[in-house]
Unconditional design. Structure first.
Length: 432
């Protein structure tokens, strides 16, 4: 019996290739060219909808390490990207036409893969991988909503930046929740009136991302971009996300004029989220403006803030680490719809979903990659319950046991772990 994959983007093509490569049969449903998402322009599989960069090539960068892990697992997306790369400095940049054209030819000519150009409105029976991306068509979105529950499907993300914990000026910040000083879940970054004035000026004059029509998501009062809130009046932020009340600087600073709260994103405290700082500022502008906050002067941004149209599920609630629905192992999800962010992250979950689905169909055991690897840490992120689940791109803060001081070791460990995992998968898949 074949595995059905809905969506021939980065994740769907990767999943199809992995299954076929292991001897499984696939039917891949792709709605283009009969129907288009608002961002896709061609009928190629794995079309890159925006940038033609797959980000850093360097192993010392988490994006580079993730790509190297995928390369060692024979990923078609990375393999073809390497073959079709064009000069791009430290980034893996591809010729988008040649890249997507080559993937399309490889998938369409694979005797084990049947590509059907058809929009799916329902989730079919049997083993199926849903990889329809951030712009999943409306009909299928309704079916997913019915299947998973309306509260488990999101339509846009309003994301605050995440800062590398080691880059925060701890001498310029203090721990404590509002009215509760003995709590270290929140790290408070105080500003004097003068510092606030400078910050406010920069924020309200900073460059913003130009929106395409379909990206113009409705802003809800609860998650307005910080710069839009600031435009309402100079003091608005002081009654909102920069409210100083109940935050007494125990170091002797008294009551600050304004405070930015950072919330721990993981137990290790290697990542901190800027609470309430969802934004549409350009990435470089986020760095420039937010570094005006004294404790963030040298901040390293692990994730930038954004507000996008994005269809994604509440993965921690719905999925296990094999990317299957917890209540129905025949239905898997892959790609951006799981809550990862980015081309390569989407391909990575496609690779895992493909192998996982093939194992399930052929009655083989499947153990996901360990969480000291980039791929495994993405799966851990997707399946760890949090109060406010939001899309995430790969960064070192996600790796289990990661310590910046021993970065080289963590990189070597990740590569060793993924190699071992790949060998174990090869052995399992080779024998019935
Ligand atoms: C406008 C925009 C710009 C982005 N820019 C970048 C960027 O520059 N860099 C980056 O790393 N990431 C970017 N992303 C995020 C993300 O990495 C990409 O969207 C990526 O393509 C996601 O991969 P995917 O396989 O999950 O989905 P996609 O690549 O979108 O693939 C999903 C596929 O499913 C098809 N489909 C949808 N519904 C159905 C249906 N009902 N039946 C059959 N087929 C269906 C679609 O036609 C599409 O081919 C961007 C996202 C958007 C929306």
């Amino acid at each position: 019996m074949e595995i059905k994959i809905i969506g021939g983007g980065l994740a769907g093509a990767e999943a199809a290739y992995q299954i076929a490569h292991r001897g499984g049969d696939v039917v891949l449903y792709e709605m283009r060219p009969s129907a288009f998402t608002p961002a896709h322009k061609t009928s190629y599989l794995s079309e890159l909808v925006c940038s033609n960069s797959l980000k850093s090539k360097e192993l010392t960068n988490a994006h580079g390490l993730l790509k190297e892990e995928l390369r060692r697992l024979d990923s078609i997306v990375i393999g073809v990207a390497d073959e079709t790369s064009i000069p791009g400095g430290k980034a893996l940049v591809v010729d988008r036409e040649v890249f997507a054209g080559r993937i399309t030819r490889e998938i369409e000519s694979n005797p084990r893969i049947t590509v059907l150009r058809k929009e799916m409105l329902d989730i079919p029976k049997g083993v199926v991988i849903i990889a329809t991306g951030p712009l999943t068509s409306n009909g299928l979105t309704e079916s997913i909503k019915t299947r998973t529950g309306v509260h488990n499907l999101y339509f846009f993300d309003a994301i605050s930046p995440i800062i590398d914990g080691d880059s925060i000026g701890m001498d310029k910040a203090f721990f404590g929740s509002r009215y509760l000083k003995d709590d270290n879940d929140y790290l408070n970054c105080p500003l004097t009136q003068e510092e606030y004035d400078t910050f406010y000026e920069a924020l309200t004059h900073a460059g913003r991302v130009d929106l395409k029509d379909f990206e113009d998501v409705p802003y809800f009062e609860g998650c307005l971009p910080i710069e839009v809130m600031a435009e309402r009046g100079k003091k608005t932020l002081l009654y909102g996300p920069m409210k100083p009340v109940g935050l007494n600087d125990q170091r002797g600073g008294g009551n600050p004029y304004a405070v930015i709260q950072l919330r721990r994103e993981n137990e290790e405290g290697s990542m901190y989220n800027m609470v309430g700082f969802q934004t549409k500022l350009k990435y470089q502008e986020q760095e420039r403006v937010f570094r005006l906050i004294p404790a963030l002067r040298n901040a390293v941004f692990l994730r930038y803030g954004s507000i996008h149209r994005n269809t994604y599920i509440n993965a921690p609630e719905l999925l296990n680490e094999k990317l299957q629905l917890k209540d129905d192992e025949r239905v898997l999800f892959a790609g951006q719809i799981t809550g990862v962010e980015g081309y390569v992250e989407s391909a990575a979950t496609g690779l895992v979903a493909g192998l996982s689905a093939h194992a399930a169909l052929t009655g083989r055991p499947f153990v996901p990659p360990p969480d000291d690897t980039c791929i495994g840490s993405l799966l851990r992120y997707l399946t760890t319950k949090t109060a406010n689940f939001q899309p995430m791109n790969i960064n070192f803060g996600l790796l289990k046991g990661y310590n910046k001081k021993h970065k080289e070791k963590a990189i070597a460990r990740a590569l060793e772990s993924i190699e071992k995992w790949g060998e174990a998968v090869n052995q399992l898949m080779a024998h019935s």
